[in-house]
Ligand binder design. Structure first.
Ligand code: 5GP
Ligand code: MG
Length: 177
């Protein structure tokens, strides 16, 4: 495993994002919606860096039939989602790759929930891969087009618990089969 972003770098950056979000939404309360499962670790750390009244909710998004580099059919599940009408909502995901997942979720939430506002926060943004006409509002790190794991991101459901962002070696991928 090659370390791309260290635990300390993530820790410092997540605190900065939390402070920025707290300033931007000062005087309001926030509903944080995590995209399962990859947002789990970022969400847990980020909400503890936000000093606002705050609620947590979840949606699920997964793509089927994709490979490590190509996206499959995207399916979403809103059955865990709280009522967001009139709320200031921050959608949190691990990574903004093509942007299709976030794009789809944003239009679904906008169409079905009428939130007062809707923004996005991600730990990582693969800027070279963006295929949608907007950018995430809060970004931890812009990264080149590498397949990464750790801090919530998996390969075959493994490596989510790594405290850093890593680029797996072929042996790491073979171990997770
Ligand atoms: P998008 O819809 O933006 O193309 O992709 C979003 C989803 O693809 C992410 O939520 C994540 O599940 C997966 N993904 C994209 N790039 C990576 C990566 O480098 N590593 C891992 N583990 N997952 C990725
Ligand atoms: Mg994901």
């Amino acid at each position: 495993m090659q370390v791309l972003i260290t635990e300390q770098q993530i820790h410092d950056r997540v605190r900065e994002l939390g402070q920025q979000i707290s300033e931007d939404y000062a005087g309001r309360s926030l509903t944080v919606v995590g995209v399962l499962t990859g947002s789990l670790v970022l969400l847990a750390d980020l909400i503890r860096a936000i000093s606002l009244p705050l609620r947590v909710s979840f949606v699920s998004a997964s793509s089927y039939g994709g490979t490590r580099t190509t996206a499959g059919e995207l399916s979403t599940d809103r059955s865990l989602l709280a009522d967001l009408s009139g709320r200031d909502v921050l959608l949190i995901d691990d990574i903004f790759d093509t942007g299709r997942t976030i794009s789809r979720l944003l239009s679904e939430l906008q169409a079905t929930q009428q939130p007062a506002s809707l923004k996005t926060a991600v730990l990582l943004w693969k800027t070279e891969r963006t295929e949608v006409p907007f950018q995430p509002d809060y970004v931890g790190f812009q990264i080149p087009d590498h397949f990464v794991v750790g801090y919530g991101l998996d390969y075959n459901e493994q490596y989510r618990q790594l405290p850093y962002i890593g680029i797996p070696d072929p042996e790491d991928l073979a171990r997770a089969m």
